[in-house]
Design a protein around this ligand. Sequence first.
Ligand code: NAP
Length: 285
Amino acid sequence: MIDGKTGLLGVIGYPVKHSLSPTMHNAAIAHLNVNYVYLPLPVHPDALGAAIAGFGAIELEGFNVTIPHKQAILPYLVDVSDLARAVGAVNTVYRTDQGWMGTNTDVEGFLAPLRSQASALAGGTALVLGNGGAARAVVAGCSQLGLSKIQVVGRDPQKLEQFQNSWAGSSLAQGLEVYPWEQLPDLLHQAQLIVNTTPIGMHTDATASPLSVEDWDVVPEGAIAYDLIYVPRPTRFLQEAAARGLNTIDGTEMLVNQGAAALELWLGQAAPVNVMRQALLSALA
Ligand code: NAP
């Protein structure tokens, strides 16, 4: 029930209609029986400053940030966490006495399904396909897991170099190496974790995969294949990994767990991850 005391949460983006966050968060709010509501908040890029000022005026308690505001939000925040600074993007904002504070829960979202295998991964090699926005959270996550080599493969040499330079001096990308896409087949034999951060295999071309069928022949037994894509589930990349007996993780895990980490920050209590996952899977079905 919404009443006079209902706390306001939401997600800003443009467009925001496609966002699955309201479904996940409101399911969690209902399950916890707390007096909050989580709203989709469409904010045109030209209106970002006015919207943030308005959120302060109506005492919104916190919000998620999605495309196209993940970097643009920075000037409106009093501070950002070290993680958000290193990743270069904010996806979660919360209220402090000084003003809005930004952080990034995508890293925790990526990490959460890997935590149970952290000891096996520590000291190993991660292979990250793609060097866009999501790859930044993946690199920071791999570094937090203690993987000693993080090999990022990209198709554009200039962007790859910029990606590497952007981490200079950061403790969150130790062991980072970058390689042109053509070298991918030579890197697979030593990967304990292979993460697809490219859109290859999305529903628009579900028959595509970043790896060829032969590429899988050299992937070590026991490696984990992790695809950030969540439609379709599973992607061809994950189907082929599973057919080889490898462990697989799909993009719904990152999505659910980044949401859970944000909700925990706002409410100061554990989020019902299973409830959020179920709500997400039902919405996707
Ligand atoms: P992005 O910033 O556009 O980055 C995409 C990366 O993939 C870029 O490095 C791009 O290279 C590369 N790429 C695209 N097509 C390629 C191809 N055919 N061959 C080789 N590389 C290719 O996008 P993003 O925000 O990082 O998102 C990437 C994917 O992750 C999307 O599918 C998104 O839905 C998913 N994602 C999932 C979650 C989750 O919670 N599960 C969170 C964030 C993102 P160029 O720069 O050369 O184009």
